[in-house]
Design a protein around this ligand. Sequence first.
Ligand code: ADP
Length: 419
Amino acid sequence: MLILVVNCGSSSLKYTVFEGERELTSGLIEKIGEKISAFSCKVGSEKKTLPDQPVADHEQAIALMMDQMIKDGIIRQPADIFAVGHRVVHGGPNYTDAALVDEAVRNNAIAKELAPLHYPNYIGIEACVKMMPQTPQVAVFDTAFHQTMPPKAYVYALPYRFYTDYKIRKYGFHGTSHKYVSRRAAELMKKSAKSVNVITLHLGNGSSLAAVQGGRCVDTSMGLTPLAGVVMGSRTGDMDPAIVPFIMELEHLTPAQMDKLMNKESGVLGLSGVSNDLREVIAQAETGNERARLALDVFAYSIQKYIGAYHVVVGGAQALVFTAGIGEKSPYLRELICRGLKGIGVKLDPVKNKKNISREAAIHARGSKIQVWVVPTREEYMIAAESLRVIQAAGIELPLEPEKTGITRKPAAAAKRKK
Ligand code: ADP
């Protein structure tokens, strides 16, 4: 029983096919809509780069992905795929959980208006529905896990009508990742998710933190859009909102130009002038580049402040959970962040921190008042598992007995698959 996971970005398509817990193939088509697109994929353990060719739009990209999967012997025809799980960045205010794709999901006007950049998620859904009209499709929303936040955490102090009329509020993102790593961390701590309070740190190209109390998200750092919260590779994170009209007037910028400045030219890249890739910025800081050093300090400081706040919000955190590119792979930045947390009793074990890259591990020192964990995220697998759960709940018949599908929602199973 095959489950296809699709993630359509503004100019890219990422996909993975799962059979049970096993990843049969995955691929990435980039530069969709440009003159020449790039297509790379992995079949089993073999990596391939396919010849460059123009890919006009996401519909064509989905057709290309299907052709490749047929050539690679993964499927004979699109109908061999039992279900498709779509990563959808914005679900708007109406989705507290993943949902079977129906008219309401396809016409989710609020979410499309709130996140125009992520409109391609919905284009991907349309293309798959057209190609596989009989195949159940599920939308797994990045915002769903954060829907348990109380109003005091998600309402902005604007005139209230902006919330009621336009649904302008905090939504939060990376929800699939925060949900998975918070649950997996509880398992590793040998506790039930309900009995622990954790702060999850998804630190990648985009970064966000979540305050998770007894398994439920009570606050998160991103907002209406992924621009809010901590400083990121090329995004400002939080700043005085009055700066926005001020700069727009100073430099005669349109809203779109200002949006680009804050999303693509700011953050660690804007401060350091080096890169949005933290590896390059660290290398520069180590050779004495002062601006690179400052950018890293500002990045770490913004995260430390959120940890302090969320420690209070959850009523005392038992663990910090690092995940995503930076969280999983950078002992340097984990150390820099934790160095500023002595006030709440966090102590890292330097050897464990250095040794554990991209694998599950506790990295705190003995006597640390808060545990510190590294838990690699498994967003694609979670999307497959959530899709199967929604399909079963909707009463759709599975081709196999549920226990023989090989997919379980238990985070432990997902983690085992990667080992
Ligand atoms: P995305 O957010 O696009 O899913 P990732 O979570 O994989 O991306 O994060 C990618 C980012 O992680 C890179 O841009 C880089 O800044 C950072 N990164 C990856 N490896 C390291 C490392 N060893 N040290 C520091 N930063 C790293």
